[in-house]
Design a protein. Sequence first.
Length: 142
Amino acid sequence: MKATYDLPCNIAQTLNIIGDRWTLLVVHEILIGNTTFNEIKNNLEGISSNLLSDRLKYLESCGLIATSLYSHHPPRYQYTLTESGRDLEDVFNAIILWGRSHLEKCYKKLIHQKCNHEVNITYYCPHCKENVDDVSVAEVDI
């Protein structure tokens, strides 16, 4: 994939990796346990085989997924998320929460498994060992 954004911005640089059509949905399928090409394709109605193949190769080259051969004839692969890919679960959760608040038709919600009530995102400072509500974005010294 070609980098779309040449901006000194974490959001722009992240979108260069995961911002293409279908990419996040492919990662999400692997996250929820659909780990073969056919499982992913069958769950993403409308994606072509060529596009899915391209997305999987790209995600592997970016280090978000790993592949392992599970059948030699014909060659078939299983896809798993790397640590970097698994870290996108927080992004998916944030999108689910945003959708719960802002979409006219919402399909999912995040719940606490113990009590079955909805949850919110909380920011935590490991230095102070406390939850915080006064977060801000700061430049990184390079």
